[in-house]
Design a protein around this ligand. Structure first.
Ligand code: NAD
Ligand code: WQD
Length: 332
């Protein structure tokens, strides 16, 4: 399949582009490079042996996107979005414009070009504060605690309404839990600017001596050791989940929703311990107050994806840590 990949130079997008090439597909990458480097394309080529077609275009540029969409595209995977929770609180309009308007612009262009196969990057954040675990796809989506989360809930609603109005669309919403890790080559990974918000990039920077110690947000949650629990999932598993969804569902009209996680939760301190054991690098930490907006626990029921997509995550937490660390050493 010739697959338009918006945000394909980003963290999850670049890994998915590699998985698409490895599965024999032809990715067409669109990225405005607002949160990625052009050099990612050469790295993808080094890993996958093929340089993907690339367009430095914003998904809100309908004219440029129309030209690309009419170039024989079979399906689209839509990653392009802004994703920093704290920034979204400071710049809500930028987030709604980029994420919600960007998605609407993309859908209009795809529709006009007759492309009605879409895989969308959603997030476990749409479940809000869980009342029951594990999280299942049919549970109601919750209230977001920040504009970024609201953009995902809104985009899911837009996609749901579109599919109801135009039932020939195949729309798959993949709700990722906590993607971490990096490509085992050490060539692709996540390199957030400034001080990272997310746990794993923070941990690797502490291990590298770039930051003095991890601040563990909250030691008094009702969990096994008092720290937050998340379903960490290797970014390569997430990437492969997209290929599975695309191959199973494009051309199958309907609205399809799947969790992408491992089905297992780990506490923040378990991540620290596993990282130290797997890499031999100490991660000094201190327990501080809870971070506003955090939920105590979140992990996925992954049985639907296993059953219907034939996909399940195969890489464990130690592998996520080792791969994240290899990448950290490479970008230093
Ligand atoms: P990322 O920032 O690395 O990738 C997003 C890419 O989209 C970047 O390369 C950026 O330059 C590009 N982009 C942003 N706005 C664009 C626009 N208007 N036009 C064209 N390109 C644009 O982020 P990621 O972690 O790879 O996330 C990919 C998707 O997955 C996002 O939609 C994100 O919300 C979602 N998601 C991520 C996580 C996570 O923890 N990383 C979890 C759940 C969902
Ligand atoms: C994980 C755990 C923190 C940093 C976020 C977004 C979510 C999704 C994935 C896109 C929590 C703790 C973290 C630190 C810490 N993104 N932590 N010290 O919050 O589950 O999800 O990324 O859709 O929308 O909200 O991930 O990695 O930030 O935190 O103790 O320096 O690690 O409190 O328990 P989160 P995270």
């Amino acid at each position: 399949m010739r697959v338009l990949v918006t945000g394909g130079a980003g963290y999850i997008g670049s890994h998915t582009v590699v998985s698409l090439i490895e599965a024999g597909h032809e990715p067409v990458v669109v990225d405005n490079l607002s949160n990625a480097l052009r050099s990612v394309l050469a790295r993808i080529a080094e890993v996958a042996g093929v340089t993907p077609e690339f367009h430095q275009v914003d998904v809100r540029d309908r004219e440029a996107m129309a030209g690309i969409a009419s170039s024989g595209i079979d399906a689209c995977i839509h990653f392009a979005a802004l994703k920093a929770v704290d920034e979204s609180i400071r710049k809500p309009l930028e987030y709604y414009d980029n994420n919600v308007r960007g998605t609407i612009d993309l859908l209009a262009v795809l529709s006009a070009a007759g492309v009605r196969n879409l895989v969308f990057s959603s997030s476990a954040t749409v479940y809000g504060d869980p009342t029951e675990l594990p999280l299942r796809e049919e549970m109601p989506t919750g209230r977001a605690t920040n504009p970024y989360g609201w953009t995902k809930i809104m985009m899911e609603q837009v996609l749901t309404d579109l599919q109801a109005a135009e039932p020939e669309w195949s729309i798959t919403m993949l709700r990722y839990f906590n993607p971490v890790g990096a490509h085992p080559s050490g060539l692709l990974g996540e390199d957030p600017r400034g001080i990272p918000n997310n746990l794993m990039p923070y941990v690797t920077r502490v291990a590298a001596g770039i930051l003095p110690r991890l601040r563990v947000f909250g030691g008094d949650y009702p969990t096994r050791d008092g720290t937050g629990v998340r379903d960490f999932v290797h970014v390569q598993d997430v990437a492969e989940g997209h290929v599975a969804a695309l191959e199973r569902l494009s051309g199958e009209p309907g609205l399809h929703v799947y969790n992408l996680g491992t089905g297992r939760g780990h506490t923040v301190l378990e991540v620290v311990k596993t990282f130290e054991e797997a890499t031999g690098k100490p991660v000094p930490y201190e327990i501080v107050g809870r971070r506003p907006g955090d939920v105590a626990e979140s992990w996925a029921d992954v049985s639907k994806a296993e059953r219907e997509l034939g996909w399940r995550a195969t890489r464990d937490l130690a592998t996520m840590c080792v791969d994240a660390w290899r990448w950290q050493e490479n970008v230093r």
